[in-house]
Design a protein. Structure first.
Lengths: 102, 572
C-alpha cells in the first residue's frame, strides 16, 4: 500500500472509530475470557472442595455445570465477537475502503 | 496422534496426570500388538481410497505455489473451521482424554478445557489481522515491515522445530496405534503414514490436505456423537443416572481392593470433582498459558487463516472451529463416563489383571465395541488412524512452506523466485520431510516421547506467538528485537523442558527430584523471556533499520485493520 494512501485512511474519523471500538472490544473480551479461565483454574488450585460439593441429593457436583459452563461460555463469547465484527465492523471497514478509493 | 494437535500434550499428561496411566498426548506409550482386525483395515482402506480420489481432483487444481500453500484461497469459513477442528481433534485427544476421564473423571474435563480457551483469544486479537497481512505463512505477517532475512530465518526455525517435535510424536503414535487397532507391525504404520502423507501433500497441496482433514473431522464427530448418544440412551438421557452409575462402579471397584465402605464411597465420588490434576498453581498457570497461546503460534494452524478469502471468513472459521472442538470435548467426557460403566465392568474387555486389554488408552475403542459391535469398532479404529494421517499431512505442508516460501523464495532468491520453481522446492522439501519423519518415527519407537507435543506447544507460545503479536500490535518493535527475543523464547522453552521432571527424570532417567526446573510447563517463564527480549532489544535498537521498521508501522496497521491491499493475496 502506498504510504500516502495509508496516511489518508489513518486520518479518516471512521477509521479511527473502527480501530478504537474494535480494539477495545477485543481487549475487553480477552480480559473476560482470561478471568473466566484462570478464575476456574485458581478455584481448582485453591479451593477444590467448592467444585466437589454436591448439588442435591444425587452425585452431581457443582464442578460439572461449572466446567461445562466454561466450554459453553468459550463458544458463546467467540460467537458474540464474530457476530459484531462481521456486521458492524465490516460495514465500517467497507465505508472506509470506499472513501479511500475516491 | 496423538498429539495432534494438541491435544494431548503428553508431557503435561505425564507430569500432571501421573496418576492416570494415560499416555495420552503425544504418546500412546508402548502398546501390545493385538490380533489383526480386518474390519478396521478394510474401513481404513475405504478412507484411503476416498481421500486419494480427492487428491487426484485437488492435484488438477494445484498449479501454482499459491494453490499449493493455500488451496487458492477459496475455502469457506465453515469448511476451514471444520479443518481447523480436525487439526485439533487428534487421535490422542480422542483416545487420551476419554481414557483420562475413565481413569479420573472430572480431571479429564479440566484438561480438555485448557485446549479450548485459546480460541477466543485468537479470534479477538489475531485472526483478522493474520488474514489481512498474511499470504502463505505466518512469517509473511511477522516480517511484514521488517528486514526479511533475519525474521524469515527465525520464523522458519520456529516452524521447523515445532513441526519436527510434533511429527515425531505423531509418527510414534501412529506406530503404537496400529499395533493396538489393526494388529499390524509398528514399522508398517510409520511407512504407511509417511507414504500416504507424501502423496496428499505432493500432489494435492493445501486443497487435498484440507479436504482430508474435513472428512476426518466429520467422521470423528459422527462416530463420537453416536457413542455418546448410545451411552446416554442407556440412561434415558439422564446425566445424573449415568454419573450415579459410574460412581457406583468406581465405589465397588475400590471396595473390592479391601477399602472400608466409607473410603470406597469417597473414592467413587472423587471422579465428580477435581483430583490431582492441578497440584501447584504455577504449573497450572504455566500449562494453561502454553495451551492458550501455543495454539496461536502453531504454524500448521496459522497457515489455515490464509486459505479463506477474507477476514470475515477467517473469523467464521475460528467460530466454527471453537464450536466443534467444544462439542467434541463434551462428547469425550460422556464417552469416558460411558467407558466406566460399560467397559470396566465387562470382562470381555479386561485382561487377567483387571486392566483394559491393549492398555488404558483403549477405553473409547472398547466402548465402540460395546455400543456398536464389531463393525462400529472397525469404523472407530479406522477413523483414529485416519486422524494421524490428516494431522501429519498438515504439519508437513507447513514445514515445506517454511522452507520453500520463507527460506528459498524470500531469503535465498530475495523474493524473485518464480512460482514454478517455488512449487518444485516445496515438493522436494515434502519428500525430504516425509523421509525424515519415517526414519525418526522408527528410531524413536522405544523412546518415551511424551514431552514432545507439550514442548511443541511451549515453543509455539514462547517464540512464534510473541514475535507475531509484537510485530502486529507494537509500533516500536524492530527487526533486531523480534529476532533476538524470538530466539530467546525458543531456547528458553527448549532448555527448561529438558531440565523439567518429565524429560530430565522420566525420559533421561535421572533420579527423582533432581530436575532443576520443578514445573510441568516452561511457558510462563519462556513466554516472559520471549516478550521481554523483544521489548528490551527493540527499545535499545537505534539503528537505521529500526527507524524504517517503526516508520512502516502505520501502513501495516492500516492494512491489518482494513484489509486494503490484502485481497490480491488470495485472488489467484
Amino acid at each position: 500500500m502506498e504510504n500516502d494512501m495509508a496516511t489518508k485512511i489513518a486520518a479518516n474519523p471512521k477509521y479511527q472509530k473502527l480501530v478504537r471500538t474494535r480494539s477495545s472490544f477485543g481487549w475487553i473480551l480477552t480480559a473476560i475470557m482470561m478471568f473466566v479461565y484462570y478464575g476456574y483454574i485458581a478455584l481448582i488450585a485453591f479451593n477444590k472442595e467448592s467444585l466437589a460439593a454436591r448439588l442435591g441429593e444425587g452425585v452431581m457436583t457443582v464442578g460439572i455445570p461449572v466446567g461445562f459452563g466454561v466450554i459453553v461460555f468459550t463458544i458463546l463469547i467467540t460467537g458474540f465477537y464474530v457476530r459484531r465484527a462481521n456486521s458492524e465492523f465490516d460495514q465500517l471497514t467497507r465505508e472506509i475502503v470506499e472513501e479511500a478509493g475516491k | 496422534m496423538i498429539g495432534t494437535n494438541a491435544k494431548l500434550a503428553g508431557g503435561l499428561v505425564l507430569a500432571l496426570l501421573s496418576s492416570v496411566a494415560l499416555a495420552a498426548g503425544g504418546d500412546l506409550g508402548q502398546a501390545e500388538k493385538q490380533a489383526t482386525n480386518w474390519t478396521a483395515i478394510l474401513m481404513f482402506a475405504a478412507f484411503v481410497a476416498g481421500t486419494l480420489y480427492i487428491t487426484k481432483w485437488a492435484a488438477a487444481k494445484t498449479k501454482s505455489a499459491a494453490d499449493f500453500y493455500t488451496g487458492g484461497g477459496g475455502i469457506t469459513g465453515f469448511q476451514n473451521g471444520l479443518a481447523i477442528a480436525g487439526d485439533y481433534m487428534s487421535a490422542a485427544s480422542f483416545l487420551g482424554i476419554s481414557a483420562a476421564v475413565m481413569a479420573s473423571g472430572y480431571d479429564g474435563l479440566i484438561y480438555s478445557i485448557g485446549f479450548l480457551v485459546g480460541w477466543p483469544v485468537i479470534t479477538f486479537l489475531m485472526a483478522e489481522r493474520l488474514r489481512n497481512l498474511g499470504k502463505f505463512t505466518f512469517a509473511d505477517v511477522a516480517a511484514y515491515r521488517f528486514q526479511q532475512t533475519p525474521i524469515r530465518a527465525f520464523a522458519a526455525s520456529g516452524t521447523l522445530v515445532v513441526v519436527a517435535f510434533y511429527l515425531i510424536a505423531q509418527m510414534v503414535g501412529a506406530g503404537q496405534l496400529i499395533k493396538l487397532l489393526f494388529g499390524l507391525e509398528y514399522w508398517m504404520a510409520v511407512v504407511i503414514v509417511g507414504a500416504l502423507m507424501m502423496i496428499y501433500v505432493l500432489f494435492g497441496g493445501m486443497t487435498a490436505t484440507t479436504w482430508v482433514q474435513i472428512i476426518k473431522a466429520c467422521l470423528l464427530l459422527a462416530g463420537a456423537s453416536f457413542m455418546a448418544f448410545m451411552v446416554l440412551l442407556n440412561y434415558g438421557f439422564s446425566p445424573e443416572a449415568l454419573f450415579a452409575d459410574a460412581v457406583r462402579v468406581k465405589t465397588e471397584v475400590s471396595a473390592a481392593t479391601g477399602k472400608t465402605a466409607l473410603e470406597a464411597s469417597t473414592v467413587g465420588q472423587a471422579i465428580m470433582g477435581p483430583g490431582s490434576f492441578i497440584k501447584d498453581p504455577i504449573s497450572a498457570i504455566s500449562f494453561g498459558m502454553a495451551l492458550m497461546f501455543g495454539t496461536a503460534g502453531l504454524p500448521h494452524i496459522l497457515m489455515r487463516f490464509f486459505t479463506v478469502p477474507d477476514a470475515k471468513e477467517a473469523r467464521k472459521s475460528v467460530f466454527w472451529a471453537t464450536t466443534w472442538i467444544g462439542y467434541f470435548y463434551v462428547l469425550t467426557f460422556i464417552i469416558g463416563f460411558g467407558a466406566i460403566v460399560l467397559v470396566s465392568t465387562n470382562p470381555t474387555f479386561l485382561d487377567a489383571k483387571g486392566g483394559l486389554i491393549g492398555g488404558s488408552n483403549m477405553a473409547a475403542i472398547h466402548l465402540a465395541n460395546a455400543v456398536g459391535g464389531n463393525v462400529f469398532l472397525g469404523f472407530i479404529s479406522a477413523v483414529a488412524f485416519a486422524t494421524i494421517l490428516a494431522v501429519v499431512a498438515g504439519l508437513t505442508l507447513s514445514g515445506a512452506s517454511a522452507v520453500s516460501h520463507d527460506l528459498y523464495a524470500t531469503v535465498f532468491k530475495k523474493g524473485k523466485a518464480d512460482s514454478a520453481s517455488e512449487l518444485k522446492v516445496s515438493r522436494i522439501t515434502t519428500l525430504v520431510l516425509g523421509a525424515i519423519a519415517v526414519v525418526l518415527g522408527i528410531a524413536f519407537e522405544k523412546q518415551n516421547i511424551a514431552f514432545m507435543v507439550s514442548l511443541a506447544f511451549a515453543i509455539a507460545a514462547s517464540a512464534n506467538f510473541p514475535v507475531l503479536f509484537m510485530s502486529v500490535l507494537w509500533k516500536d518493535c524492530t527487526t533486531r528485537g523480534a529476532t533476538i527475543g524470538g530466539f530467546l523464547g525458543l531456547i528458553t522453552a527448549v532448555v527448561l523442558t529438558v531440565v523439567s521432571p518429565s524429560v530430565w527424570e522420566v525420559t533421561l532417567g535421572n533420579p527423582k527430584g533432581s530436575a532443576l526446573f520443578p514445573y510441568a510447563s516452561p511457558a510462563l517463564f519462556s513466554m516472559a523471556a520471549g516478550f521481554i527480549g523483544i521489548w528490551l532489544f527493540s527499545i535499545l535498537d537505534n539503528s537505521a533499520r529500526a527507524k524504517e521498521d517503526r516508520a512502516g508501522y502505520m501502513a501495516q496497521k492500516v492494512r491489518s485493520e482494513t484489509g486494503i491491499g490484502a485481497a490480491s493475496a488470495s485472488a489467484h
